[in-house]
Design a protein around this ligand. Structure first.
Ligand code: PRP
Length: 213
């Protein structure tokens, strides 16, 4: 039995669609309801919170997983990245109210001690440190755009896909940090012990990724 972890939320259907198109027995993922574990033939699928997916792979609970580049970077776990599916594309950005843009255009000292709300404290720390700016990172778990709106932070570091959440909350992109997409990853142990099965799945997904629109 090969166990594959899928992130719930915005990229779940993309991952499920890739598995089905790759020819894996994954029909149960078309309408998962509230169930979190599915078994079809010799595959088990587990549905986990996106930020927890790397952990399931790292502990060997899952052999393979789909995870966003943002989540992988934040987890900093030593997983094996097999494939960039090119799906679920979005960007990690620093965003804030328009008047803050001037401080981002100016010298780095203008950004010192900004309060930055984020779901990604490690990425935020790396990003601002690499620019030489010491900031105050506020770790939240969702609805990040609330923080500058209510004065909890000056700005946010978050993912942007359509941009509609930023727009609805009167925030704008101040700095681009990185581009993100959905990756197929495996645990080191599974790669060592089950390479043939893992390679077959990875190749099937790569092939259908090239064909799907
Ligand atoms: C993410 C992100 C933004 C939003 C961006 O949140 O944190 O809030 O999506 O998407 P957009 O650019 O298409 O508007 P998500 O929907 O995953 O929910 P969360 O705030 O509960 O984490």
């Amino acid at each position: 039995m090969l166990t594959i972890a899928l992130p719930t939320g915005r990229v779940f259907s993309e991952a499920a669609e890739l598995l089905a198109a790759a020819g894996l027995p994954a029909s149960s993922l078309a309408s998962p309801g509230r169930k979190l574990v599915f078994e079809e033939e010799n595959f088990r699928y587990i549905l986990a919170k996106p930020s927890d997916v790397p952990l399931y792979v790292s502990y060997g609970t899952a052999d393979l997983a789909f995870a966003g580049g943002d989540v992988l970077q934040e987890s900093a776990l030593p997983l094996v990245e097999l494939l960039d599916t090119g799906r679920g594309r979005c960007s990690v950005v620093v965003a804030g109210p328009a008047p803050l843009a001037e401080r981002f255009r100016g010298h780095v000292s203008e950004r010192m001690w900004l309060k930055v709300a984020t779901k990604y404290p490690r990425i935020a720390d790396n990003h601002f440190s690499s620019k030489g700016a010491q900031v105050d990172i506020i770790h939240l778990h969702g609805s990040i755009e609330l923080a500058p709106k209510l004065g909890l932070s000056d700005c946010i570091l978050d993912i942007v896909q359509t941009g509609s959440t930023l727009k609805a909350n009167h925030l704008e992109v101040l700095e681009h940090v990185s581009d993100v997409s959905l990756r197929l990853v495996a645990s080191k142990k599974s790669v060592a012990l089950r390479w043939n099965e893992i390679r077959a799945v990875s190749r099937a997904i790569r092939r259908c990724g090239e064909v799907l629109p």
